[in-house]
Design a protein around this ligand. Structure first.
Ligand code: FE2
Length: 343
């Protein structure tokens, strides 16, 4: 496995680059905007293909690198389903799996620091975001933070992981890089409480100043969606209401770019093909399925919120598949327009 812990010394943020091997797909957790050039360089040096960029929660102390990484690598942006970000390509829920080639992470909903905080476990380690820090815990006094929920997330979810599970947080300001669940249970001063009430009392009296970047970072991190207008201006987008009329037409191929877990959870548009976004470059290649389909049919991509499909249209058009278009806003917009769904 390739595993890199990367540090942004301005915000004290740790980002994690993970892949199963050289030449494989990679994902990054909690990337920082100012470090995007460095990530891209490292990806090239290690011969990795970034396919997913994940934020553990909506950050208040730095601007996320999710949007910039998507624009430069066409990767999928991922956050939890409770995020306030306007558009991410994929939203995950507690119990879901976050997968790339050779790597699988389990998603745990761990609210408290914010109401959109998620942790991710992988084999011997857990990425705790700002829920559990090394000898600390994330503040709970803004962004719908809740000390009671955080107690539950820490004591009833994270501390139930095996004691030797490695803890990789989203921040550290002291120079610590990694801890374990057992070590934090014993040595983390915030966790030496006898009850949830005692924890709430402790957290509600920290009297911390707001992060310096908060007024910039929070609004920026809420507006990270891809500008789908640019695709629409080229005539490559259909409103969901327009797409309703395409169902069953023989010269139209509706193509679902989502992953199987998303299809299972949210349903599909009747009669659509399933060709996940990760297979896109093969599918639009010289011997690819989309090229064959596109020769006598209109290829209409869709995904969850229209991000992956907008990127797919751009790639397909660049590859010369001129009939490619997408459903703006994805299956979410389709449902809002009253489109039928198959389970
Ligand atoms: Fe945070």
């Amino acid at each position: 496995m390739i595993f890199r812990q990367l540090f942004d010394n301005v915000s004290g943020t740790y980002s994690y680059l993970i892949a199963s091997r050289r030449g494989a797909e990679a994902l990054i957790i909690d990337p920082v905007l100012e470090k995007v050039d460095r990530y891209i360089q490292l990806l090239n040096e290690l011969d990795l293909r970034l396919v997913k960029a994940v934020d553990t929660h909506l950050h208040a102390d730095h601007v996320t690198g999710l949007g910039a990484l998507r624009d430069r690598t066409r990767c999928v942006t991922v956050m939890g389903e409770n995020t306030k970000a306007d558009v991410v390509s994929m939203r995950l829920a507690d119990g879901d799996r976050l997968g790339i080639e050779g790597i699988s992470l389990d998603v745990i909903y761990t609210p408290g620091h914010t109401d959109d905080s998620y942790s991710f476990t992988m084999e011997d380690r857990v990425f705790t975001g700002d829920t559990l820090l090394i000898r600390g815990t994330g503040r709970t006094d803004f962004q719908n933070g809740n000390a009671r929920a955080q107690y539950d997330s820490i004591f009833n979810r994270l501390l139930r992981l095996p004691d030797d599970t490695l803890v990789y947080p989203a921040h550290d300001y002291k120079g610590d890089t990694v801890s374990t669940i057992g070590e934090e249970r014993r040595c983390n001063p915030r966790l030496q409480v006898k009850s949830v009430d005692e924890y709430v009392e402790l957290m509600n009296n920290l009297k911390l100043p707001n992060p310096k970047m908060m007024d910039v970072a929070v609004p920026a991190n809420m507006r990270i969606g891809l500008a789908q207008d640019a695709v629409a201006q080229k005539g490559w987008a259909l409103l969901a209401s327009e797409a309703l009329g395409l169902i069953g037409l023989p010269d139209v191929a509706l193509v679902d770019l989502r992953e199987q877990s998303e299809r299972d959870r949210h349903g599909t548009i009747p009669g659509s093909l399933h060709e996940p976004y990760t297979k896109l470059s093969d599918n639009i290649g010289p011997a690819g399925l989309m090229r064959a389909l596109g020769s006598n049919r209109r290829v209409v991509f869709y995904c969850a919120y229209g991000e992956r499909s907008a990127m797919a249209v751009q790639a397909a058009q660049e590859a010369g598949i001129t009939s490619a278009c997408h459903i703006q806003g994805g299956i979410a917009a389709w449902k809002e327009a009253g489109g039928p769904i198959e389970h």
